[in-house]
Design a protein around this ligand. Structure first.
Ligand code: SAM
Length: 190
């Protein structure tokens, strides 16, 4: 696929969750406004967000992590089609265990939703001063397209716990934007 619209359509047809346009636009704005130079994405899926950001900001250093073999191979095809294979760092790893030493200006947590808190606590150590962390799907709407209904209560509970943790932990300055995409949490470290 070598058009962004084709990736969007493919994701839709194959029930692959990707960030919504408004969420990606929010990240574009935040990168521009803060003159951010580096981006870490937890959960690549088929490379959608990475490709949009890299097209917009050629200089942006991008590291993106994906563990699912099928999606890795789709992302590799897409990165290749967009001529980006050697212009970004694609880690084919489980982010739960992977240790990164580099620091980033913007970190996008968009992997297994039940692991959001774990990923936040792990990857906040990779955030530059004045950096921003964004957690996607705070509304969990996109999840139900793919998840079994009986899991809804379980995920709702975990999401509520995350909201309460983010709202009460003194380490973070958090704003929730439930109207952007599927809802995002925007986190700065105090
Ligand atoms: N961020 C992508 C985008 O906007 O184009 C969409 C990512 S999709 C919502 C979530 C992805 O995270 C899935 O492809 C899933 O396989 C991956 N994922 C889940 N847990 C992971 C983990 N522990 N390590 C790496 N990837 C993981």
């Amino acid at each position: 696929m070598n058009k962004i619209e084709d990736i969007e359509q493919f994701a839709k047809d194959n029930y692959i969750p990707i960030a919504r346009k408004k969420t990606v636009q929010f990240m574009i704005d935040i990168i521009s406004k803060n003159n951010y130079k580096s981006f870490l994405e937890i959960g690549t899926a088929i490379g959608y967000t990475t490709i949009v950001l890299k097209q917009k900001f050629e200089y942006l250093k991008i590291v993106t992590i994906e563990k699912n073999q099928k999606r890795i191979s789709l992302a590799l095809d897409n990165f290749n089609d967009f001529n980006l294979l050697d212009k970004l760092s694609f880690l084919q790893e489980d982010a739960l265990n992977y240790q990164l030493d580099d620091k980033f200006d913007l970190i996008f947590i968009d992997a297994a939703k039940k692991k959001n808190k774990f990923f936040l606590e792990k990857f906040k150590n990779n955030l530059n001063a004045n950096g921003t962390i964004i957690i996607d799907n705070m509304n969990l709407d996109d999840l139900w397209t793919n998840a079994k209904p009986k899991k809804k209560d379980y995920y709702d509970k975990i999401n509520q716990e995350l909201i309460s943790y983010l709202s009460t932990n003194n380490e973070y300055e958090v704003t929730f934007h439930y109207d952007i995409g599927d809802g995002i949490a925007v986190i700065k470290l105090k």
